[in-house]
Ligand binder design. Structure first.
Ligand SMILES: CCCCCCCC/C=C\C=C\CC(=O)SCCNC(=O)CCNC(=O)[C@H](O)C(C)(C)COP(=O)(O)OP(=O)(O)OC[C@H]1O[C@@H](n2cnc3c(N)ncnc32)[C@H](O)[C@@H]1OP(=O)(O)O
Length: 281
């Protein structure tokens, strides 16, 4: 029952070959005819690494869902074992200066759009969800995860520091002392641990069940005035949103400075090498 499937083929030109995943759109939006809920699916093989193109498509899709007056947004992945591997490390390793700026600015846009979305949001976490993947999931209002996967902000394990607004999303879900310890440790939670600590709200045994549980959460607002609901949510989230909105330029500057530090570049290089070694074994 799909009112519409928005999945256009938009050719893209980019000068950096390693970032060209393909010419197609990397997200799809499907709107359920009956419920009016939009399912936004990330589809960037192999691991939904958040590069500039995927972030741009995510941002456009969120905008489209807001403009369509959908009843809610469910974020999920087309990959059966990975929700998102987080930021594409290739965007930060030996980066092109202008592209790095566009990459971070677009990530800021996505967070502002998703965390501040007027519609109810839920994540059907159907696979691993480290770092940037966890950021997307915790920006939503509700999380349903499949068993035996992992989720968390593991930045310190990569020798990088999660920005303040990553922490804001995390802190909007977890008690402060749990969040602080997990951030310092770069802890990845298993599905069971995530449920016990409140990082996710429910466990589902299949993607279909996860989507149904997310839809049920969104349906729980059916008798609430939509404007009152969205203004309430936005007021509750206003402080974190304004903090980034007012400091976007400084946040970008800090990121560029930090990423270009030789020690950070070295650490990212080693991390990438280990990932590649692991994938070959
Ligand atoms: C003082 C304030 C300063 C503020 C400064 C701010 C600075 C902040 C900067 C950055 C913040 C970053 C947040 C992030 O999101 S960093 C990314 C973190 N992500 C990870 O650590 C995940 C790494 N990946 C994995 O753990 C696994 O790949 C997993 C997702 C679990 C999937 O495992 P599996 O199915 O076994 O797949 P493979 O490991 O074999 O991977 C397949 C190929 O994909 C490549 N890959 C995986 N993840 C990434 C990634 N994030 N980026 C780029 N590439 C990735 C992997 O190397 C394999 O490639 P290949 O087939 O070519 O070998």
């Amino acid at each position: 029952m799909l009112r519409s499937t928005i999945s256009s083929l938009v050719p893209r030109a980019t000068s950096v070959a390693r970032h060209m995943s393909n010419a197609a759109k990397l997200t799809t939006v499907e709107i359920n005819d009956v419920t009016g809920i939009a399912t936004l699916t990330m589809n960037r093989p192999p691991v939904n690494g958040l590069n500039l193109e995927l972030l741009t498509d995510l941002n456009n899709s969120i905008q489209e869902i807001e403009d369509n007056k959908s009843r809610g947004l469910i974020l999920t992945s087309s990959n059966p074992t990975i929700f998102s591997a987080g930021l594409d490390i290739l965007e930060m390793y030996k980066p092109d200066k202008e592209r790095l700026k566009a990459f971070w600015t677009t990530l800021q846009d996505v967070w502002l759009a998703l965390y501040g979305s007027a519609v109810p949001t839920a994540a059907a976490i159907n696979g691993h969800s480290p770092a940037g993947g966890c950021l997307l999931a915790t920006s939503c209002e509700y999380r349903v995860m499949l068993p035996k996967f992992t989720i968390g902000l593991n930045e310190t394990k990569l020798g990088i520091v999660a920005p303040k607004w990553f922490m804001s999303s995390f802190l909007s879900v977890l008690p402060r002392r749990v969040a602080e310890r997990a951030l310092n440790q770069g802890r990845m939670f298993t599905t069971d641990e995530a449920l016990r600590n409140g990082l996710i709200d429910e466990v589902a045994n299949s993607k279909e069940e996860a989507l149904a549980k997310c839809a049920e959460f969104i349906g729980s607002f059916s008798k609430v005035n939509p404007l009152a609901r969205s203004l309430t949510k936005q007021q509750l989230r206003a402080a974190e949103l304004s903090e980034l909105e007012n400091e976007r330029a400084q946040d970008l500057e800090k990121f560029i400075f930090f990423v270009n530090q030789p020690a950070v570049q070295k650490g990212l290089g080693i991390y990438l090498e280990n990932l590649k070694k692991k994938s070959k074994n």
